[in-house]
Design a protein around this ligand. Structure first.
Ligand SMILES: C[S@@+](CC[C@H](N)C(=O)[O-])C[C@H]1O[C@@H](n2cnc3c(N)ncnc32)[C@H](O)[C@@H]1O
Length: 269
């Protein structure tokens, strides 16, 4: 798992490697909704430091930090913020992002990942854009005191990526792609590629259409997200990103609760 490895663009002896030199990791978490079922623990040999890193960024740690952050938002939004680390592998994404001191989050929602980056990632500069005014307003409240991180937050129209993104070395896009209308998905990714700084890294995290568990996410989005998502498979995402001009670093698949995730770390060439 990337969390225990090095930078996604360095070689790592323990990860399975494909013929063309990329890495494909598979991580599966026992569903947290079934605490009564005890699954046999896989044998692992972690160094103390790796164990510390894993514990430090556990979903519980991140959720507790978010719970204790004061921001006057609606109860529903607060619940979405606090429980997000249990649904989405934010701890793993934090581990990737720590290879940079500046991160720009596309579709940042209420700003919870930016807040975690500010607190756990030691960031110097953070940026985020979001189509929902309400959520950007939440993000401004959540990040009202982000410590030392310089901050850029803006509402955008879903098409025009602000030029400021060019100042960031790492860009994240977490569970946003499947919310974009299908006919706008590729133009959006092309616009993002164009706007990013050459050599900048994109962490593209989305829900895997190839898994039957995608139905859980469709149900989730239909109830909480205003409509079922337009997910694509990890393979299709890899092809799309490559054709647009990104060089693929790592591809990780992972299931948390019953949500099937993939994360592609790639670089603008
Ligand atoms: C599941 S939420 C993820 C929020 C945040 N990235 C996170 O991981 O907590 C999806 C976000 O994508 C945003 N979104 C929806 N349609 C979009 C579009 N066309 N362009 C950009 N963002 C969009 C939504 O407003 C929402 O905040």
């Amino acid at each position: 798992m990337g969390m225990l490895g090095g930078c996604p663009f360095s070689t790592h002896p323990h990860r399975p490697q494909t013929a063309d030199g990329r890495f494909h990791n598979q991580v599966s978490q026992a569903p947290l909704l079934l605490p009564m079922i005890r699954l046999p623990l896989q044998k692992q040999s972690l160094t103390e430091m790796q164990r510390h890193e894993a514990i430090k960024h556990s979903a519980k740690t991140l959720s507790q930090y978010l719970r204790n952050t004061y921001a006057q938002v609606s109860l529903i939004d607060k619940l979405k913020i606090v429980y997000r680390p249990y649904i989405c592998p934010l701890g793993q994404l934090l581990e990737y992002a720590k290879f940079s001191k500046n991160v720009f989050d596309v579709g940042c929602g209420s700003g919870q990942f930016l807040l975690l980056l500010a607190h756990f990632g030691g960031m110097e500069k953070l940026g985020g854009i979001e189509i929902s005014e309400r959520l950007i307003s939440n993000a401004r409240k959540l990040l009202a005191n982000p410590g030392r991180s310089a901050l850029f937050l803006a509402v955008f129209d879903g098409k025009t990526i602000p030029a400021q993104i060019n100042e960031y070395d790492w860009v994240t896009m977490i569970d946003v792609f499947h919310h974009i209308p299908p006919e706008e998905q590729i133009p959006f990714m092309m616009a993002l590629h164009k706007a990013m700084k050459p050599g900048a890294v994109l962490i593209f995290k989305d829900i895997n259409q190839n898994s039957p568990l995608v139905l859980i996410n469709k149900f989730h989005d239909a109830v909480l997200g205003g409509g079922a998502g337009r997910e694509i498979s990890a393979k299709k995402a890899e092809i799309m990103l490559t054709e647009i001009g990104f060089r693929i670093g790592t591809i990780t698949t992972q299931t948390t609760l019953a949500y099937p995730h993939y994360t592609i770390v790639c670089k603008k060439t």
